[in-house]
Design a protein around this ligand. Structure first.
Ligand code: C2E
Ligand code: MG
Ligand code: MG
Ligand code: MG
Length: 287
């Protein structure tokens, strides 16, 4: 009896595993299709300079408009893309499309693109970036590449060489989700980068505990010491914004300012900003 129960729960466990594997397999097949049929699109979320309130750039975030399931979240398919190697073509198309879109924006507005550690292992990341820049005509200084701490875990000399080569092109490197990885500070000495993005979990805790504020304060001071820009992710409330300003954070990104939007809406967002600039200039002329 006990034996058959055990076998029963094992069968149940196996079935659950099966269901999970099947759902991953389904995502894989559909994702491959979506990549081939050029269905994936970058949406763009603004990065705001906290002292002037101006848009300094946009982060490109992949969106998958799915016939039956609506907009599928990257949280669902990025892990599958990484397991199956589909992250390489996905990353390539995001890079090309983001550079093409950004080339139509004003010259002082940058675009940030997320890179998976796997893309560094593919061996063609550098040429992928060079091609995207050349094909779009986007100046390298307007492209920012976001990496995470896990990339640096392996302490690979090939990764380091690629980061140096990317930076030599004039492209900027951002450390994304800062504080959630293995967070050894030693890599800060050996890896060249231009920006630190404080993970949204710290921003979320700002109202709730004083430790979060102390952590943000020390990341900001670390950033000033290293001469890198500090961006806070996931800014949702005025209270968080005011706290981040007090701590001397350079940039913010979050739903308080805007969610990610399609490129067609970015163009009018930037036109509105130019309208405000023009009104300011008129006022200055009158004064
Ligand atoms: P990430 O790079 O840290 O991007 C920020 C995520 O936080 C985005 O989620 C964004 O929509 C979300 N977010 C922004 N502001 C707020 C806020 O105020 N509150 C909250 N709760 N969330 C906010 P999204 O678009 O779902 O992307 C999730 C992750 O998927 C990204 O995190 C990134 O790691 C990955 N990802 C997205 N697009 C790409 C891509 O093209 N390539 C790669 N390799 N990864 C990507
Ligand atoms: Mg990012
Ligand atoms: Mg992030
Ligand atoms: Mg994140």
């Amino acid at each position: 009896r006990a034996k058959s129960d055990a076998r029963g729960s094992f069968a149940f466990f196996e079935a659950a595993l099966d269901a999970k594997a099947q759902s991953r397999r389904k995502i894989e097949v559909e994702l491959r299709d979506a990549i081939q049929n050029d269905v994936l699109r970058p949406y763009y979320q603004p990065l705001i300079d906290l002292s002037s309130g101006r848009i300094t750039g946009f982060e490109a975030l992949v969106r998958w408009p799915h016939a039956e399931r609506g907009m599928v979240s990257p949280a669902e398919f990025i892990p599958v893309a990484e397991e199956t190697g589909l992250i390489n073509p996905l990353g390539g198309l995001m890079l090309r499309r983001a550079c093409l879109d950004a080339a139509t924006w004003p010259d002082d507005v940058r675009v940030a693109v997320n890179l998976s550690p796997l893309q560094f292992r593919s061996g063609n990341l550098l040429s992928m970036v060079t091609d995207a820049l050349k094909h779009s005509g986007l100046p390298p200084r307007r492209l920012e590449l976001e990496i995470t701490e896990t990339l640096l875990l392996e302490k690979s000399s090939q990764v380091l060489a690629t980061l140096h080569a990317l930076r030599a092109l004039g492209v900027r490197i951002s450390m994304d989700d800062f504080g959630t990885g293995y967070s050894s500070l030693s890599y800060l000495r050996s890896f060249p980068f231009d920006k630190i993005k404080i993970d949204q979990s710290f921003v979320r805790d700002l109202g709730a505990n004083r430790e979060a504020q102390a952590i943000i304060r020390s990341i900001v001071s670390l950033g000033k010491g290293l001469g890198v820009i500090i961006t806070a992710e996931g800014v949702e409330t005025e209270a968080e914004l005011s706290c981040l300003r007090t701590e001397g954070c350079d940039e913010g990104q979050g739903f308080l300012f805007s969610k990610a939007r399609p490129n067609a809406e970015i163009v009018s967002l930037l036109a509105a900003q130019r309208g405000i600039d023009a009104a300011d200039e008129d006022a200055a002329l009158v004064a």
